[in-house]
Design a binder for this molecule. Structure first.
Ligand SMILES: [Zn+2]
Ligand SMILES: [Zn+2]
Length: 107
């Protein structure tokens, strides 16, 4: 094999490698920048899960309860939160129908 030919082969391999790296880079950039773009769309920069209070990565799971939106990080948190909310509501419905009970007066 002539040395120039080896050079050409190495060059084309390097070119393929470059392309793969460039595609990798674009993929990483897209994944990293998507949530940021999503967050900047919303007014609040930090959306935390209502169930586990962890940061929500990517698309939050939104549930609407009594006219309020709650953001959950995943489906299992959504289920847990809904269960908790239902239990809370069932318990509080007899005590405080309006949801927000006034603070108890001690004197
Ligand atoms: Zn969560
Ligand atoms: Zn979760």
């Amino acid at each position: 094999m002539a040395p120039q030919e080896v050079d050409r082969i190495l060059e084309s391999v390097a070119a393929i490698h470059d392309v793969i790296e460039a595609e990798d880079y674009v993929a990483v950039r897209t994944v990293k920048e998507d949530p940021r773009a999503l967050l900047s769309d919303h007014a609040s920069a930090n959306v935390a899960c209502s169930e586990c209070h962890g940061p929500i990565k990517g698309e939050p799971v939104k549930v609407r309860l009594d006219g309020h939106y709650h953001c959950l990080c995943c489906r299992s948190c959504e289920r847990l939160y809904l269960e908790k909310y239902a239990a809370l509501k069932a318990r509080s419905s007899g005590v405080a129908p309006r949801g927000k009970a006034p603070p108890p007066r001690t004197r």
